[in-house]
Design a binder for this molecule. Sequence first.
Ligand code: CMC
Length: 390
Amino acid sequence: SGYFTFDPGFMATGSCESAITFIDGAKGVLLHRGYPIEELARDADYLEVCHMLLHGEAPNAEEYKEFKATITRHTMVHEQINMFFHGFRNDAHPMAMLCGTVGALSSFYHSDLDVSNPEQRVRSAHRLIAKMPTLVAMCYKYNVGQPFVYPRNDLSYAENFLNMMFSVPAEDYKISPAVARAMDRIFTLHADHEQNASTSTVRLAGSSGANPYACIAAGVASLWGPAHGGANEACLNMLEEIGSVDRIPEFIERAKDKNDPFRLMGFGHRVYKNHDPRATVMRESCHEVLNELEVKDPLLEVAMELERIALEDPYFKEKKLFPNVDFYSGIVLKAIGIPTNMFTCIFALSRTVGWISHWHEMLSQPGQKIGRPRQLYTGETERKYNPIEK
Ligand code: CMC
């Protein structure tokens, strides 16, 4: 009954009020709590960004210290989580394991199931920010058949993650400051992006009062697709498939061909129709990291030439398709030594703070309703049912 707006893909539907992130897609502006992403990527660390997204303000020195101590207190996962991993095949996609194990956290923190208590919600947010690196690193270790590495709370957030990924028994990983900085910046650049598909999924799941771990598992599932978080993995696979600069025109032509499902991965965005400010920072970061690590990656040459040709092509110009954040992030992750099938897990780790901040904000708003879109029914009109025996 009543009227509703038909808007498949939510091209023009605002679903909520939010004070967390502002995007002006026409101007290429992205602000978290009012702070420009370029400044945050340059001058803040990821935990500061987490604090502002979740608590509304950039922390002062004292608040930062306290927040860091709170997060590090929660970095371990229950020993029984190990057993969940052992139920997976060794070659399971890390995102498959992440979906399952994040959801499984629901069975460990009974007090967090009551989502009506704001303090409890913040506690579960802290737990999730703290435990995601541990779970993501466990997905990797299980894949490669190495023992899990416990978190080290003397390290920074990014350093601890790298240590859990790359240390092996009796040989601690030597963390280069350049790599830790690049990792931290990737976390920051993916921390939040207002009502994207996975965040909207988390909000919709949470609107029924579902617990935070179940909601984040829903977010991880939504992120996995190649049109969203899976794009960084798909982009690197694409650059590898192109392989050399002389093959770029062939792929550009395929991307323009409406009879070919191929798209240039890492290009285009629903909201940015000018440039993706995250991509600009990521591009600089990519050059910096490759220089500092003295990595010569031929894929960077392919990426730069592909970007140049696409930006001059009338098809991409007319459709306002620019490189997005994931066009360059894969090259940085590869230089750090992270395998391609882990890229989307790293996006999920980074975005957890965004998801949980939106979930907390939604549940803090008075008069919050369950999300329940309408549909345009296209099936049969009423007809008579004939029992099967007739
Ligand atoms: N290569 C070739 N053509 C494209 C591309 C592309 N990457 N992206 C969009 N188009 C064309 C599309 O075919 C369509 O053409 P037409 O109007 O003739 O039908 C037009 O541009 C508009 O595309 P759309 O799919 O209707 O736009 P959308 O807003 O629904 O989709 C998108 C946005 C990001 C899903 C899409 O641009 C895409 O598939 N890009 C590649 C995947 C990718 O890089 N995703 C990561 C997004 S950034 C990270 C994140 O936030 O998750």
